[in-house]
Design a protein around this ligand. Sequence first.
Ligand SMILES: Nc1ncnc2c1ncn2[C@@H]1O[C@H](COP(=O)(O)OP(=O)(O)OP(=O)(O)O)[C@@H](O)[C@H]1O
Length: 267
Amino acid sequence: MGADAEIPTSPGIVCRGVSKVFPGGVEVLRPLDVTLEGGQTTALVGPSGCGKSTLLRLIAGLEAPTAGEILIGGAPPSVILREAALAVAFQDPSLLPWRTVRGNIELALKLARKPPDPRKVDDLIRLVGLEGFADTRPAALSGGMRQRVAIARSMVTEPRLLLLDEPFGAVDELTRRQLAEDLPRIWEPRRTTTVLVTHSVSEAVMLSDRILVLSPRPAKIVEDIPVDLPRPRPAGIDSTPAFRAAVQEVSAGLARGMASTTPLAAQ
Ligand SMILES: Nc1ncnc2c1ncn2[C@@H]1O[C@H](COP(=O)(O)OP(=O)(O)OP(=O)(O)O)[C@@H](O)[C@H]1O
C-alpha cells in the first residue's frame, strides 16, 4: 500500500444503521448493523430480490444509503474508490467491445494508475481458462467467457476490497467449480477482503469464511453462519462430510430465513 494510502491492506467493513428506500417507497434494506472482518470472505445469500446487490452497491459507493453509514477501513466508500483499491465483478460484465480480452484487463491497471504488467495479465487469462482468447473481442465470446474476463479484470489490480455479484452466473457448472477452487488462491495470500453475492449455497461454502443469510425484502440478516473449513480449501473438499454438513446448515438457514420475520442480528 502506498505511503499516503488511507485504506488498510485488508479493510474491515462496518455498516451502521444502513437502510435503503428507493424512490417510490420501495424499502429494500431495514436498518442494518453488521461488521465484516478485514481479510475475510463474506457471502450474502437470500431470496431473489431481497436486496443483496443493493447492499453490495452501497458498499461499493455506487448508491448512497437512505440512512446510516458504511465505513471501509474506517473511511467512507468514496475513499477506497479514490485510491482505486476497490474492484467489482458484477453480473453484467460490461466489457469495452472494441478492446480485446487482454485490452480490457490491461485497462483496469491503467485506470488504477498501476504500471502495465503483461505477465500478470497473461497469468490471469490462463487462470480463468481463456488461454488462446487474449486477442479476442467480447462480441466473439460467450456470456460465461465474458464473465471470466470480468473476474480477471477485477483481480489484476490486486484490490484491497473485492466485491463479487454472482460472478459465475453465466459460467457452466464445471468451470464454476474450477474457478471456485482456483480464485481464492489469488485473493487469499493477499488477504483481500471479499464480499460475494451468490445464489449457490455450495459456492458460498466453498468461497467464504462467513455466510450471512438475508430475509425476503426488506432485507434483514436472519442467519450469521461461520464456515469452519480449512483455507485454502483443499481439492475435493466439496465431497467431504464436513463440506456437505456446512451446505446443509446454510440451506436450512435459507429455508428458515424465507419464513422468518425476526432478525438474528440487532437491526
Ligand atoms: N434503482 C432502483 N430503483 C428502484 N428499485 C430498485 C432499484 N434497484 C433495485 N431495486 C429493487 O430493490 C429490490 C432488491 O434488488 P436487488 O437487486 O438488491 O436484489 P437481489 O437480492 O440482489 O436480487 P437477485 O438475487 O434477484 O439478483 C428489488 O425489488 C428491486 O426491484
